[in-house]
Design a protein around this ligand. Sequence first.
Ligand code: MSP
Length: 649
Amino acid sequence: MENRKTFYITTPIYYPSDKLHIGHTYCTVATDVFARYKRLRGYDVMFLTGTDEHGQKIEQKAKEAGKTPQKFVDDIVCGKGGILDLWKLMNISNDRFIRTTDDYHVAAVQRIFKKMYDNGDIYKGAYKGKYCTPCESFWTESQLKDGMCPDCGRPVHDAEEEAYFFRLSKYAKPVQELLESGTFLEPASRVNEMINNFIKPGLEDLCVSRTSFSWGIPVDFDPGHVVYVWVDALFNYATALGFMNDRYDDFGKYWPPVNIVGKEIVRFHSIIWPAMLMSVGEPVPTKVYGHGWLVFGGEKMSKSKGNVVDPYILADKFGVDALRFFLLRTFPFGSDGNFTNELLINTINTDLANDLGNLVSRTTAMVEKYFGGRLPAARESGDFDGELLALIASTAEKYAAQMDVFQPHLALEEVFKLIQRANKYIDETLPWALAKDESKKARLATVLYNLLEALRVSLIMLTPFIPASCEKAFAQIGADKAAQSWDSAAVYGVLPAEVEVHKGETLFPRIDTQKMLEELEATHAKPAPKIEYPPVSPDVSIDEFAKCDMRVCKVLSCEAVKKSDRLLKFMLDDGSGTPRQILSGIHKFYEPEELVGKTVVAILNLPSRKMMGLESNGMLLSALRMVDGKEDLYLMMLDDSVPAGAKLC
Ligand code: MSP
């Protein structure tokens, strides 16, 4: 056991700035599947995940929440329904969890920073640039996309500060060589993206300290500076093994890692990260795999767009394993995938309820019905056996070939070919017909045994994806530990000849699509609406503007105009002592009774006009925007302390 090969795999560390959503869950479940697969293959695995807790964004969020940053992140990471709970729920098998506020990490990052300063790779200078607060990223003018942050598309602002710089430019050549050599960065398409977008235009030195806020790891030899959050964050992969600290002692054993990351942070992981490792003289990761995003209605999920899918709700409705399976079966790992509830339900019904679930329940039910739960030892081979047995012998190798290159959806495709073949084998061999003929008992036992064997090897391969369900299914088909091992995944005849089955609960109940969609509709966020922002109108002079006499008015009465479905008739106190009548076409947005007594704004010096035979002496001001092509209107209302007659200027 001591000489087992090691495998170190990591997720990105998540920002505990909000609850995590299905996109984050996708990334962690995928990494968990790879970790479990390598354990199945006999590797000594170290699987790390954690949280990235420093930086301006967290500091701001904590302030908004009225908490200290530490309390704020503690609540999101360790609180009920927080990040630790989510990973527990999702059956994530991480060996370690790092928080960048952990003492040992903080001290180690300070030592690492000092080491790079001492070796001349970090120097002091002045930084001028464009800063994106949500992404914690400085950008140069040329990197902006239409003047906005190239990562998240949000506005950036000018920022200047005295700062330390990392000599990233010095590492441009070795990093380019690394990117071009072998399979350091995958999928391969991301290599050109990195070289063309970042290396070819010239790698500039990277600003690696901040003075504009304090929630970070202090540069211990220069108080007032905190370490740039990405330097702090990237080194988590090393400090969690004990690099530059004595909390752990596993760096020599497990380094270097496989870093699984989302596509928008590939730049940090495939350029900055290896450059800094070269600077401290440590090996670069064996691989950085940049997976795609789960998108919702074509857009990236984000709280601000209101299209966040909650993994707690999905796990509750569908079960953890069904959710884990769906995420990896449906979306090619390197590409973006569009999440829909329909797709989720279809995948569960087709693959899990129909193909896998039915195979387990039909097979075990037949062993119970025809043989009282225990197969007799007598065998008789026959037609159709050959193809099924050949697949039993050959699937594991094809599955492994795909898992080894981080293509879980293709690995699952191989497993389902076998499962589908086994279902077809039932239709071909007609066990219910064999059961009617006493002389065919040996043949019937063979058919059922072959089905159990097909199931057994399929379950071995499915274990990394749906571990809890496989455990139950192994018990149902009478597979002991040895019959669950990878070594037996391509071997026919591992179950005992007189295998005993135990028909159990239905593993994956069929979902009523319509009913479930309605239930989800009630709980889930809708796709982000399309909001128009028309261009700002041409300039007007201040004199022209001043001609508009806009006054604060109190609504004395308000009623719907008969025979009009739009118009409301207002009597207003405009401060003059004489009530003023104004008509406004806002009935679609307000009921008259809710407006009585409100403080509104009207422009008074418009020529009076008649509508539906009634006079209107002015116009009420409203704010209007277009959402999904429809009007969305808000009558302008002021605080009731503002007196009638006051003039807007
Ligand atoms: N803290 C940094 C990572 C530092 S690693 C040294 C960070 N955190 S994050 O919480 O914003 O994102 C963590 C991971 O979640 C990223 O890999 C990101 O791609 C992934 N995802 C966030 N939303 C996602 C989807 N909608 N779909 C798939 N993955 C997504 O970045």
